[in-house]
Design a binder for this molecule. Structure first.
Ligand code: IMO
Ligand code: MG
Length: 415
């Protein structure tokens, strides 16, 4: 079987977009299977930055974009990103599952309202309507893509939502028009994906957000409203677990988080500010500064365990260049006890004190120098960078097969 899943191992923004692009180049399809326009996946091609919120970033490679049943779809974003693809010479229409729920204007309003009510305990959502769209779906009052094509039943479904929330849904005429426009691509995606996998076609499943933002396995309530972990591929796409032959974890060479919530290795000092600037750690979707910290092995061990990760793609290694001493949190001290695996419980995690090892860094390289490293390959990496990678492999018991040393496609080293 040739299904390949890409899963973020941290709190999102690991560089899944770039990795998905690289792995989609010889794939037939690339699928977004959860979340909505809260994702911010970037692909940089010859200095041109392409940002995807709704379509899988892998579609910049020419693989057919698909949007599966378990997502909450923002149709206006889909339209914009079809244009984005056109601008790089890719003329395509995404395949959209008829069962996917849509994000309505009311969901974005409700997202902001709930955040306001939470006040000092706000999640820091992307305000893309994700939580309310998923909660309407769970309440069984969600509107599915196929409903847009059936004006008769659409009215009563909208009325139900309006009666429940006591707010107008907002203007969705445009949505109906878009759905009509896309009607040739609204499909039984489950059947297509299974048939194509059975025929040996390569399909990439591009995860959004990250494992620690998973609604069940993440740091609740400071999470997103979908399952971001491997199980979502199966439930959202209707593809069985045996059809996935490879599960790839994407992780940054350090840790970042946008929005509130526990963050054991957070750097709230100048070191953190430097890392934020060097790594340009500002949100793709919202522009917010990201919180930054050292690598957190106990959390990564947890992510790897629950996703059955086969191998790792490590991103943004170049950002660490020029830091004299690099720290890695290898275990926690929780109530005086040493633990190697992050506990699947936020209250316990909040008590975790990171235990660090200190490694010698390597000097900062220019972009041109990293480019040469990417061309020459593994041996050209600075010695201490190699050591950093090898130590992480040992600590996580997984091979790191791909190391990204710059945002652009081509700036990476295979191991
Ligand atoms: P990609 O796919 C990083 C975070 C938000 C907030 C929490 C809930 O680019 O990795 P939501 O709008 O989903 O209800 O917000 O989740 N969040 C992300 N953080 N990367 C993302 O996506 C994220 N999508 C949501 O900042 O803390
Ligand atoms: Mg993001």
């Amino acid at each position: 079987m040739t299904g390949v899943a890409i899963i973020g191992l941290q709190w999102g923004d690991e560089g899944k977009g770039k990795i998905s692009y690289l792995l989609s180049r010889d794939a037939e399809y690339v699928v977004r299977f959860q979340g909505g326009a809260n994702a911010g996946h970037t692909v940089v091609l010859d200095d041109r930055e392409l940002r995807f919120n709704m379509l899988p970033a892998g579609s910049a490679s020419g693989a057919k974009p698909c949007i599966a049943s378990g997502t909450v779809v923002d149709l206006s974003e889909v339209l914009e990103e079809i244009e984005l693809l056109k601008s790089i010479g890719i003329n395509t229409q995404p395949l959209i599952s008829r069962n996917a729920c849509i994000v309505l204007p009311i969901h974005k309003e409700l997202d902001s309202m709930i955040e306001q009510i939470r006040s000092s305990e706000a999640i820091g959502t992307t305000r893309r309507g994700i939580g309310p769209a998923y909660s309407d779906k769970a309440l069984r009052i969600g509107i599915k893509i196929e409903d847009l094509l059936d004006s008769g039943s659409l009215k009563s479904k909208i009325k139900l939502i309006e009666d429940f929330h006591k707010l107008p849904v907002g203007d969705i005429e445009e949505w109906v028009e878009l759905a009509e426009k896309f009607s040739g691509n609204i499909c039984d995606l489950e059947i297509i994906l299974n048939d194509e996998l059975d025929r040996g076609k390569r399909i990439i499943f591009e995860g959004a957000q990250g494992t620690l933002l998973d609604i069940d396995q993440g740091t609740y309530p400071y999470v997103t409203s979908s399952n971001t972990t491997i199980g979502a591929v199966f439930t959202s796409c209707g593809v069985g677990p045996r059809k996935i032959s490879e599960i790839i974890g994407v992780m940054k060479a350090y840790t970042t988080r946008v929005g509130a919530g526990v963050f054991p290795t957070e750097l709230k000092n100048r070191e953190g500010d430097i890392l934020r600037e060097k790594g340009r750690e500002y949100g793709t979707t919202t522009g917010r500064p990201r919180r930054v910290g050292w690598l957190d092995i106990p959390l990564l061990r947890y992510s790897i365990m629950i996703n059955s990760i086969d191998w790792i793609a490590l991103t943004k290694l170049d950002v660490l260049g020029g830091i004299r001493k690099i720290k890695i949190c290898i275990e926690y001290d929780i109530n005086g006890e040493r633990v190697e695996m992050a506990p699947p419980n936020v209250r316990t995690l909040e008590k975790a004190k990171p235990v660090y090892i200190h490694l010698d860094g390597w000097s900062a390289l220019t972009r041109e120098e990293w480019k040469k490293v990417a061309v020459k390959g593994w041996d050209a990496l600075p010695e201490n960078a190699k050591t950093y990678i090898e130590i992480i492999e040992k600590l996580l018991s997984r091979p790191i097969k791909l190391v990204s040393v710059g945002a652009s496609a081509g700036m990476e080293v295979a191991k």
